[in-house]
Structure formats: C-alpha cells, structure tokens
Design a protein around this ligand. Structure first.
Ligand code: ADP
Ligand code: MG
Length: 229
C-alpha cells in the first residue's frame, strides 16, 4: 500500500536548512499497523505528514497504492487525501465552535453524498465509537478521552483505508490512552491500515511492527509477536 524509497525531506528556514528525513525506505502492507518511535525532533511527524500527503518529499519515490505521488502538486495531494486518509492528532484538532456531530461531519463535506447519507454516516460512527450521547455537545464540554474519541470518529467517518495518528494518546491519561489504543486496534482488525507515531512503548506494543527513527533515519525495525490479520 505504502512504498517509500530513498525519501529525503529538507526544510529551509531563513538561515538554516534542516534535513528532517534521510534516505527513508519503508514499505507498509495493506492491513498493517505500524508504530513510529524516536526522540523529539527526529522526523516522526514529518514522516507521517509525507505519508499522509500533507508534505511532499524533497526527493525519493513514494508509491501509494501503486501510484507515484512524490511529485504531486498541493491540489493533487488534497484530492487524493479526501476520503482515503484519516488523521488523528495529539491535541485532537477539533473545532470549538462546532458540535461533536458537526466536527465529525466535516470530512464528508467533500464527498458526493446526500444530506441524509451524511447524517447516517455520522450517527453510525458515533454509535460505533460509543459517543453518540454527546452528539450535540461542544468539544470544551468533553473530557480529553471523549475529545480523542470524536477525533477518531472524524478520522474514520469517510471510511478511509489508511489512518494516520500522530501521538494520539499524548494528551490522555493512561486509562483513556488505553481505550484509544483499543479503538485503533479494533479499526485495524476491521481492515484499516494504521501508521501511528508514539512516545509510549505500551502503545507501540499494539502495533505489528515498530520503526525507530533517529536524526531522520530509520535505525531499527522490530516485529511484534502478534498475529497479522
Ligand atoms: P518529531 O515529530 O519527531 O518531533 P518533526 O518531524 O516535527 O519531529 O521535525 C523534524 C525536524 O524538522 C526538526 O528539526 C524540526 O525542527 C524540523 N521541522 C519540522 N517541520 C518543519 C517546518 N515546517 N519548517 C522547518 N523545520 C521543520
Ligand atoms: Mg512530532
């Protein structure tokens, strides 16, 4: 599903150039659950953003479902993301002025669906992730764990094949973090491919494979002893 080959990514700020990714090679099969670990600033978010078509690599090849996308322009990347890739963020990224339902409905705005189909998809995902009793609440009225549940609902409502999560438990206490990991595992069992950045070894234990980055390079890859598929 994902084939990154010899990916380099440079950021140029006024005086300094940073190389955030160095010759990264990574293949992810459909249905896999991958964890990315490593110290702060080692390029984890950059790697996730390249995979999620939020950033384009400076050089190298990126094949997503067999298509070369490394040279895609912004508009092409945006089009390909819609409905295909769901993001979950550490700080939830919910819109405070919108209710839970309205937040979760956002990714559906770009899809060709009737209003009633949209509502149904939102209700289905809220039920599935057990947050429908909060559908008319605003994000500030929810606990952190509930907000992340809504964040996951929004990431999966369009039924993307690929879910990307950047430290999804980073702002949660241990119990809520575990619940979020169980939800992601469940979505993976139902067929979603997941790439997750985490600081937590406990979270990484849920993944099939753990990739460690150091200074923009993949330094180790470890298979966890859990059944694939
Ligand atoms: P991590 O997620 O592992 O903490 P990042 O991928 O966010 O690391 O960052 C990797 C490196 O790239 C860091 O040195 C960071 O400062 C730099 N970097 C990330 N994004 C940008 C950007 N938009 N502009 C300039 N430098 C960036
Ligand atoms: Mg990061």
């Amino acid at each position: 599903m994902i084939k990154l080959e010899e990916i380099n990514k440079y950021f140029q700020t006024e005086e300094v150039q940073t190389q955030a990714l160095k010759k990264v090679n990574l293949h992810v099969k459909e249905g896999e659950f991958i964890a990315i670990m490593g110290p702060s600033g080692c390029g984890k978010s950059t790697l996730l953003n390249v995979i999620g078509l939020l950033e384009s690599p400076s050089s190298g090849s990126y094949q997503l479902d067999g298509k070369e996308v490394a040279d895609y322009k912004e508009s092409q990347r945006t089009n390909l993301r819609k409905g295909n890739i769901g993001f979950v963020f550490q700080n939830f990224h919910l819109i405070n002025q919108l209710t839970v339902s309205e937040n979760v409905m956002l990714p559906l705005a770009y899809l060709d669906l009737s209003k009633s189909d949209r509502k149904k998809k939102v209700e289905d995902v809220l039920d599935r992730l057990k947050i429908s009793h909060r559908r008319n609440h605003y994000p500030q009225q929810l606990s952190g764990g509930q907000q992340q549940r809504v964040g996951i609902c929004r990431a999966v409502v369009a039924q993307p094949k690929l879910i990307l999560a950047d430290e999804p438990t980073g702002n949660l206490d241990s119990k809520n973090g575990q619940e979020v990991m169980e939800l992601l595992t469940e979505l993976n069992r139902q067929g979603a491919t997941i790439v997750m950045v985490t600081h937590s070894q406990r979270d990484a234990n849920y993944a099939h494979r753990v990739i460690s980055l150091l200074d923009g390079e993949i330094v180790t890859e470890v298979e966890n002893e859990i059944d694939l598929f």
